[in-house]
Each structure stands twice: as structure tokens, then as C-alpha cells.
Design a protein around this ligand. Structure first.
Ligand SMILES: [Zn+2]
Length: 269
């Protein structure tokens, strides 16, 4: 899957999940909490590809998401890729092949999704609003880059960075304080997980079973068989999957907001 589809799938999953919680478990969220969760989950659905490094000094290459904050995020991607490669070699078994980069290894595993979710929750609980501002800044930037890719490309990373920072400060100021922010961590974790699934259905092998050894391999790539898998960026993704994810997001939003709007105007009596 391409970046925008990943981001869109994160948003669609968060919105439809929130709708289901409201519908079947009476779990209500404020519009702000919903918007934050959706943006963070969309950003989280791009997070695993921060392991695709480019040429930091020349400000080139890397995944789209790695260029969100210019050379700064390219540098982060470089570090993430090297750490992932280190973990690959530290845990590889005899039948795992040699690699020279860490793309689609550590950040595309279930322990990683749990780790970023738990890490985010811990940071928010420990450092409160300051952590929330930092995390929102980062995740909103990724979400903007993914959801509005053409605009972000034209606007450039500085504008994206400034808007993300502004949105993070305003949002954090309006979120209720001192309650912990478990939903932010959950959104990061769910987003990352949605990314891995997205890669798996587009023929990209993902070591989702790591660290379970199978036939002397620790990093067995798992993907759908070629026959039924989609081609990343192919016609199915562009003409069917993206529109479908958009419709799901819109329907879920309508389902979430319509009842309270109807209430406001007292339409049913
Ligand atoms: Zn990926």
C-alpha cells in the first residue's frame, strides 16, 4: 500500500471502531477526542515506514513519511532503520538471509505495535501535557503528510511542521487535563498494526510472527499469495480500496455525529 492509503486505513479503522463503541457499548467521545484519535491513528498507520531511510545529507530518498519534517525526520528514519537492522542480526537464525537494510523488519512486527502503544501511554502518563504536545505534533505531521500528500508535497515540510505544531498546542490546551491519555497510545498502536496488515495484503512480506522461530527462521515474511494479493499502488488500490476507505470514514463520521446534531436541533420532537 502507498502512504495515503495507509493513513486513510488508519483513519477509517479508528472512526468505524469509535462508531461501533458508541453504537453497541454507549461509549461516547467528545468531537475533539474523536478528531485527535483519528489523526493519531492515521499518523500511526505511517509510523512503521519510518524504517525506510534515505540520504540525510542530501535530503533525498526515504519513505514519504520520512520526509515529513525534512532532514530531521530523515535522520530519525536513518536511526530507526539501523536499529532495526541491528535487531535483525541480533535475533536472526541460520536460515534468515543476510540483509543490508532494516526496512520491513522490527517496525513491522506485533511487539513493535505493542511497544509504541505502551510507550506513548507511559510518556503521556508520566509527563502529562508536555508529552501530549510532542506526540500530537509528531503524529499530526505524519497524518497531514499521508492524508493530504499532494498538498504536503507542494507546501513543503516547513509548513507541515508549523501547522502540526500549532494544531498540537491548540489541541493539548483544549484536552481535559490530568486524566491520563490512554486513547492516544491505543491510537498509535492500532495505527501501526493497521499498517502491517496493509503491507501484508499488498504482496509485501511482513515478519508478523516475529519472534516466533519457524524452520530455523525468525523473520519469516508473511503475505497473501500473489494470486489474491493487491499490487501496491495498482488499480485495485487506487480505484477500489481508497474510495472504499473514504466512504467508510465518512459514513462512520455521520453515524458518530448525526445523533447529537439531531438532538441539538430537536428534530425528533
Ligand atoms: Zn510498511
Amino acid at each position: 500500500m502507498m502512504g495515503p492509503s495507509h493513513a486513510l486505513s488508519g483513519a477509517a479503522v479508528w472512526l468505524s471502531g469509535s462508531w461501533a463503541l458508541q453504537q453497541f457499548y454507549d461509549y461516547e467521545q467528545s468531537p475533539l477526542a474523536l478528531a485527535v484519535g483519528t489523526a493519531v491513528c492515521a499518523g500511526g498507520a505511517l509510523l512503521p515506514d519510518l524504517d525506510l531511510s534515505g540520504k540525510v545529507t542530501r535530503n533525498k530518498g526515504g519513505a514519504t513519511v520520512a520526509r515529513t519534517f525534512g532532514v530531521f525526520s530523515l535522520f530519525i528514519a536513518e536511526v530507526v532503520e539501523k536499529v532495526s537492522l541491528g535487531v535483525y542480526y541480533a535475533t536472526k537464525l541460520s536460515r534468515d538471509p543476510k540483509r543490508n537494510n532494516g526496512h520491513r523488519t522490527l517496525t513491522h512486527t506485533i511487539p513493535f505495535t505493542v511497544l509504541v502503544g505502551w510507550g506513548t501511554t507511559t510518556l503521556c502518563a508520566r509527563f502529562g501535557k508536555w508529552a501530549v504536545i510532542g506526540i500530537l505534533f509528531f503524529m499530526i505531521g505524519l497524518a497531514l503528510r499521508g492524508l493530504f500528500d499532494k498538498w504536503a508535497e507542494r507546501a513543503g515540510w516547513l509548513i507541515v511542521t508549523l501547522i502540526s505544531a500549532g494544531a498540537a498546542v491548540v489541541t493539548a490546551a483544549n484536552l481535559p487535563g490530568d486524566r491520563g491519555y490512554p486513547l492516544i497510545g491505543l491510537a498509535v498502536g492500532v495505527g501501526s498494526f493497521v499498517h502491517i496488515i496493509g503491507d501484508m495484503i499488498t504482496r509485501a512480506g511482513v515478519p508478523i510472527l516475529w519472534p516466533i522461530p519457524i524452520k530455523r527462521r525468525m523473520w519469516t515474511p508473511i503475505s497473501l499469495p500473489d494470486k489474491i494479493a493487491m499490487r501496491a499502488g495498482g488499480r485495485t488500490e487506487m480505484a477500489i480500496v481508497r474510495p472504499a476507505l473514504t466512504v467508510i470514514s465518512i459514513l462512520a463520521s455521520v453515524g458518530l455525529f448525526a445523533p447529537s446534531l439531531l438532538d441539538k436541533f430537536n428534530i425528533d420532537g
